[in-house]
Design a protein around this ligand. Structure first.
Ligand code: ARG
Length: 467
């Protein structure tokens, strides 16, 4: 007996703190989602108004009750928007919080709202509406980021910089061309967003718990009222599907990866060693101890946010992977992942758009770096193919010897005297110097999608028209 008492006491101590009152408190803590799903209040109310309107139209509830319900729901909407709504954790989630308040406001008619629906299709609806709006916002933000890059690309269609592979100087490119690479990346992200909107544009409401309903509801009517293309076709899939959330997260993860690569480049470019760009004060910070420093904090944080977004994607995939059809409470854990990722993505896009627009580009530094590292060696090889008729492999070999000689003399290829070049290959003439400059190098790369300023301008025009 004495042992029993000790046991009870020690388990109570284990619950500890706010769980001191026992299992009920633990259950409430693990079960309640109101702390985060209150974010869905506007979607929840919009969905309920559409549902009640349809019920009345179909003669399932009276017009009188519908009017009371709609009026009550609008009152709740303004209460929440003005901060005059008391959310209760005992009422678990946003759906029951709204419904309980409706009962207080309008009495028994409130009980008719939940006819022919379940929280399973209700939450699927609310969340879909939220994700759809977030995708639309993301689409707009990506468009702004693309516009920022198009402007910088236009400004720098002719500014040469070193192009890299393995982060080693490879061939000269233009900064405009480099900017346009990001336009392609964020353009793909934007089309993924558009496709995702198309995929999720089906209304879940009316699937009820999982099997549909015996009431003569009109799912096409609610779909239309809520701005969906059509209703979903399978009630089981409808309440167990979270693909739309996972698609959002995977798009966010891919866009985040792009943003992070851009952030990384900005971190590198803004070092004193590179000095290609200078960030505006708005997007950098000083050091508390080293007065000379200007740190690219915003870019670093964008790089880090990507880790959070990836975490959310993996979390939701893992939550969903073992679930039997149809709804399981595990699915309640979908929202925080999406909300957190959405916030990170929005911030990351906004920060990078600002940075791209504001940064000062040091074209002199870029040009100087573009010419170093024998970046025009390929141009020499191509000249030997074109003008001296050498097979490319032989030209590559000859050029390798020229580079080795220049290295041993600690000079650029263009600084080698003609006699040196002719000693390596007798067919080389002084015309070769025309292709050894970085400007000539980029101007020659006119192949479709290449770095020649004329091509860069063609790409810019394409994207300006595309939108
Ligand atoms: N709060 C729940 C969620 O987010 C709503 C659905 C509850 N459904 C249920 N059958 N318990 O998933």
């Amino acid at each position: 007996m004495a042992d029993d008492t000790t046991d009870t006491k020690s388990s109570n101590q284990m619950w500890g703190g706010r769980f001191a009152s026992g299992p009920d408190a633990i259950m409430e803590e693990i079960n309640a989602s109101i702390g985060f799903d209150k974010k869905l209040f506007a979607q929840d109310i919009r969905g309920s108004i559409a549902h009640a309107t349809m019920l009345a139209h179909q003669g399932i509830i009276s017009t009188d009750d519908k009017d009371k319900i709609v009026h009550g729901l609008n009152t709740i909407l303004s209460e929440i928007e003005s901060g005059n709504f008391e959310f209760s954790r005992q009422l678990e989630d946003i759906h029951m919080n709204v419904e309980a308040r409706l009962a207080t406001l309008i009495g028994p008619a409130a009980g008719r709202l939940h006819t022919a629906r379940s929280r399973n299709d209700q939450v699927a609806l609310d969340f879909r509406l939220w994700v759809k709006e977030e995708l639309q916002k993301t689409e707009q933000m990506l468009t702004n980021l693309i516009a920022a890059f198009l402007d910088r690309a236009e400004e720098h269609a002719e500014s040469v910089m070193p192009g890299f592979t393995h982060l080693q100087t490879a061939q000269p490119v233009t900064f405009g061309h480099h900017c346009m690479a990001y336009v392609e990346m964020f353009g793909r992200d934007r089309s993924r967003v558009r496709h995702a909107i198309e995929h999720l544009d089906e209304s879940p409401i009316g699937a009820a718990a999982l099997a549909g309903t015996g009431y003569p509801i009109d799912r096409h009517m609610t779909a239309k009222a809520l701005g969906f293309r059509e209703p979903t076709r399978n009630s089981i899939d409808t309440v167990s599907d979270r693909d739309f959330a996972i698609e959002f997260l995977s798009i966010a993860a891919i866009a985040g990866m792009h943003l992070s690569r851009l952030a990384e480049e900005i971190v590198i470019w803004s070092t004193p060693q590179f000095g290609f760009v200078r960030l505006s004060d708005a997007f950098s910070t000083g050091s508390s101890i080293m007065p000379q420093k200007k740190n690219p904090d915003a870019a670093e944080l964008v790089r880090a946010k990507t880790g959070r977004i990836n975490g959310s994607l993996v979390a939701l995939l893992t939550i969903m992977k073992g679930l039997p059809l149809a709804y399981s409470k595990d699915m309640q854990e979908d929202k925080e992942q999406v909300f957190d990722a959405a916030e990170s993505l929005e911030l990351a896009i906004a920060a990078m758009t600002g940075m791209v627009r504001d940064m000062t580009v040091n074209t002199a530094r870029m040009k100087a770096a573009a010419g170093s590292g024998y970046s025009t060696a390929t141009d020499l090889a191509d000249w030997l193919v074109r003008e001296a008729g050498l097979p490319f492999r032989d030209a590559h070999h000859v050029t390798g010897r020229a580079v080795a000689l220049a290295e041993s003399k600690d000079c650029d290829l263009a600084e080698l005297p003609l006699s040196d070049l002719q000693a390596i290959h007798p067919d080389i003439t002084d015309k070769v110097y025309g292709v050894l400059t970085v400007e000539a190098s980029v101007a020659s790369r006119k192949s479709f999608g290449g770095t020649a300023p004329s091509e860069v301008r063609r790409q810019i025009a394409f994207w300006r028209a595309r939108n």
